[in-house]
Structures are given as C-alpha cells and as structure tokens.
Design a protein around this ligand. Structure first.
Ligand SMILES: Cc1cc2nc3c(=O)[nH]c(=O)nc-3n(C[C@H](O)[C@H](O)[C@H](O)COP(=O)(O)O)c2cc1C
Length: 256
C-alpha cells in the first residue's frame, strides 16, 4: 500500500460520524483547479468558523479574503520576492523550534521524505524545492486565498484561539466540498503584504489559507499520524462498569 493510501485508510478507519469524516478527510491540498469559489461561500465558511471557542470570547482573529486580481497581485509580488530577495524577508514569529527534539525531528524528517518523494523531488535538490515553495505564493492555484492576522499585543493563549479558528475554516470549507491548505510561509512576507492589503501595524501576519477544489481529490492525504498511544495516556476509565457503558454509550463499548 502506498503512503497516501495508508494515510487515507487510517483516517477513514478512525471515523464514526459525519464530523469525524470531515476532520479525518481534510488534508493539505497543494494542487487546486481554477474552479471559482464565490464570496457567499467564503462568507458562509467564516460565519461558521467564528464559532470557534476563545478564552473570554475575545475572538482574536482577523481575515483578509482575496480573489481575482487582488490575489494575483499578491501572488506576483510574493513570487518575485521569493525569486529575488528571499533572504531579506523574515517572519515576525518563530514557527519551529530551532533545535527540534524527538519525536518531532523524526516526524519532520518523515514529512520531508513523503512530501518531496511524492513530488519526485530529491531532498538535496534545492532548486526544485524552492520551485515547490514558490507555488505557496500562488495559493497553489486556488481561486481564493485568505491571509490571517492577529493583534501583536495579544499573548500566546490568543494564538491557541486563532489555531482553533483556522481549523474551523478548514473544516467548514471541507463541509462545502472544498479543499484547503494552511500556510505559515506567508508570514515571511508581511512587509509586502502589509501595504498591499492595508494591514495595520498592530496586526501580525500569522498564515495564509488556500481554498478551492483539488485538481485530483483522489490524491487525498499523504501524511500519516502517530497512534494515540504515542501522545495520550488514560487513567480511571476502568472504574466505569461495562454494563453502565453498554447502557449509556453503546458505541464506546463496541470500539473499546
Ligand atoms: C499552521 C500551519 C501552517 C502550515 N504551513 C504550510 C505551508 O506554509 N506550506 C505548506 O505547503 N503546508 C503547510 N502546512 C500544511 C502541513 O504541512 C500539513 O498540515 C501537515 O504536513 C499534515 O498534512 P495534512 O494536513 O495533509 O494531514 C501548514 C499547516 C499548518 C497547521
């Protein structure tokens, strides 16, 4: 079985409900068709996504939704910067720890192997890798790009809230039969994005999100996930009697 097939099979096997299917069926799409997505659909996605929880309900998200020539202008400017001046640009926040400890280092290495392997790009081929990175700035061909920002005066807890909002956007898009890709790489070019989109100084560019229809939905998820035993521990569940479980939550009794 190929890596994408395995990753998809694992995801499908994990589903028990419609929301499970949407969560496990979402994947980072990096090849969109140019089929348009209307403003009404994006508004509906954001209307639902805003129900993300946030500490004290402060709702710390801000979104610039781009399509048409505005999106194209952004893409051209960022692609040019990527070609000619990429070392002159740096994100206002660190996404990754500079020294990744295990097991994260091993997972990132697996990501690189699977990702570049799927594209037929050797990991040592820096030019081909840079060409792939450039596709980010064209929103991978998607008709809609979102730029997500947060007020820099807020603390790390608000970034947690923002992550929930971003995930809601991805899931709401999936509910409309749309694919998406969250992209931190846009944060690097905040100095270009700021004047183009009139982003106020107090807002920090966190990420982009491409939204559209995958050119080939069958490609699906490429990336596997660690088993729950690798990241979760359980305590006290034995105290609930089997009969009680059977009576109140039969689906859990069945799967445990
Ligand atoms: C906040 C965030 C930022 C990301 N930034 C990028 C990016 O800049 N470019 C990209 O191609 N993928 C990006 N990704 C996608 C991840 O690589 C992808 O989610 C991960 O490999 C797991 O794959 P899956 O989403 O298909 O399950 C990002 C994901 C997240 C959550």
């Amino acid at each position: 079985m190929s890596a994408p097939e395995e990753a998809m099979t694992g995801a499908v096997a994990a589903t028990r409900s419609q929301i499970d299917e949407i969560i496990a069926g979402r994947f980072a799409c990096r090849d969109f068709s140019d089929a348009p997505v209307g403003r009404g659909t994006i508004e509906q996605i954001l209307r639902v996504a805003r129900f993300a929880p946030s500490g004290a309900n402060i709702q710390p998200w801000h979104v610039y939704a781009l399509a048409g020539t505005v999106k194209d202008t952004v893409s051209v400017a960022l692609r040019e910067a990527h070609e000619t001046a990429r070392d002159a640009h740096v994100s206002e926040y660190s996404y990754y720890a500079s020294d990744l400890p295990e097991p994260y280092l091993r997972r990132r290495q697996e990501f690189g192997r699977l990702f570049y392997g799927s594209l037929g790009i050797a990991q040592t081929d820096l030019q081909a890798r840079s060409g792939q990175t450039a596709k980010n700035y064209a929103f991978f061909g998607a008709p809609v790009g979102l730029i997500v920002t947060i007020d820099r005066r807020l603390q790390v807890g608000s970034w947690l809230d923002l992550g929930m909002f971003v995930q809601n956007v991805l899931l709401a898009a999936a509910g409309h039969g749309l694919q998406s890709c969250p992209q931190e790489t846009f944060s690097k070019y905040h100095r270009i994005l700021r004047p183009l989109l009139s982003i106020p100084a107090e807002q920090m560019v966190v990420c982009g999100i491409s939204i559209g229809r995958a050119r080939d939905v069958a490609k699906g998820r490429l990336m596997p996930r660690a088993d729950i035993a690798e990241f979760a521990s359980f305590a006290g569940f034995e105290e609930q009697s089997a009969t009680q479980m059977e009576r109140t939550r039969p689906w859990e009794a069945e799967t445990s």
